[in-house]
Design a protein. Sequence first.
Length: 247
Amino acid sequence: MPADIKMREMVQGGELGELRRVNWIITNWFRTQQYYDQGGWRATWAGEGGGVLTNQCPHQLDLVQWVCGMPSSVSAHIGLGKYHDIEVEDEVTAYLEYPNGATGIFITTTGEAPGTNRFEVVGQNGKLVSENGKLTFTKNAVSIQAAIRGDGEMSHEVRTHTPQSPSPCAEPDSVGVVTRRQECREGAELGPWAPQMLNQGSGVRRRSRSIRTPRSKTAPSALASAGTSTPRCWRTSASTSWATRTS
């Protein structure tokens, strides 16, 4: 999506400053028991290979890494059939740690209403918030660490960016879902932490487990693993103008 492209540019381009915290709450996936009962393959390890992580929000797992880089460690509390009569996960709370010491939280579920979709990234120079189709950048007058030392007064400038171009892969139809997901992945090396969390989650049974994300040839480092080119279906000519106010 255009907002995600802008977030990646600001995080990896250095405008946001060194990463401090990542927070994505995406709980607007509410599903009824009838939804899961529609087919014997749905919400099964054999049929889908997982639940909310593989069915509802695989793109968000890709995006949080694409924007912020590969976490070095992931701990996850996975609820298997917590709200529904299913064998796979319908709620996940994951705690992420990054190589520089930054931390993150990724929360998702199909058993909550009304849901939330809010993606926050905090850096030394301010905070980015993507929510309701709008990207907001709250820019610090001085870096967080400088303000902590007393080197300058902490004040903020708030800039908002509302992309005009819709994402062509935002709501893929059932026929084209495989092709479009492949297109979204084109140009980016996706990290193995999400599949690992799922694979280990099948035996977790509502307990917590920590995994170390591997450093492989296909995903060598935090930022390099996300690739340098933009996935095809995220490319856009959306305006990058900002509305600005000071606080």
